[in-house]
Ligand binder design. Structure first.
Ligand code: ZN
Length: 144
């Protein structure tokens, strides 16, 4: 499993998201799983630019399958309680792997365009606070 080149790390692949947790003109926080080894990951938006903000750099953080499943069960049960959902989501993100890979994707197709060679730990911030000005700085870490 650890030597799998996950589907989110493979330029040219399209990701089918499992659950979109937040969005603005496209996903900003989502759950996905690798189509090869089924390992789950959280995608959170790091920066964006372009028409309809369609060029998006996400951090892909691997998460334990059991933690993912527990999260999904909890939010399904408490779907009408938004405060509870927000705290469950925060707990999910905190339980993710600290080493994230940066992935450039274009919406709406969620096509992987480029990935980072190394791993990073960018902050998880709400899309309302994400600035287009940071795009070029993050883009330096991606292999195009
Ligand atoms: Zn994989």
């Amino acid at each position: 499993m650890s030597n799998c080149e996950h589907s989110w790390s493979t330029p040219g692949r399209k990701l089918n998201l499992d659950t979109v947790l937040d969005d603005w003109l496209g996903p900003t926080l989502a759950l996905v799983h690798c189509e090869d080894c089924r390992e789950p990951a959280v995608l959170h938006l790091v920066t964006w630019r372009g028409t309809s903000l369609n060029e998006r750099i996400y951090a892909a953080r691997v998460v334990d399958t059991l933690i993912r499943d527990t999260y999904l069960a909890n939010i399904a049960r408490d779907y009408c309680d938004l405060t509870r959902k927000a705290s469950e989501t925060e707990a999910l993100i905190n339980a993710c792997h600290e080493d994230a890979q940066l992935v450039l994707m274009t919406t709406p197709g969620m096509l992987v365009e480029a990935v980072s060679a190394g791993s990073f730990n960018p902050p998880v911030i709400p899309w309302q606070e994400i600035k287009t000005e940071t795009f070029d700085d993050w883009m330096k870490f991606l292999l195009v």
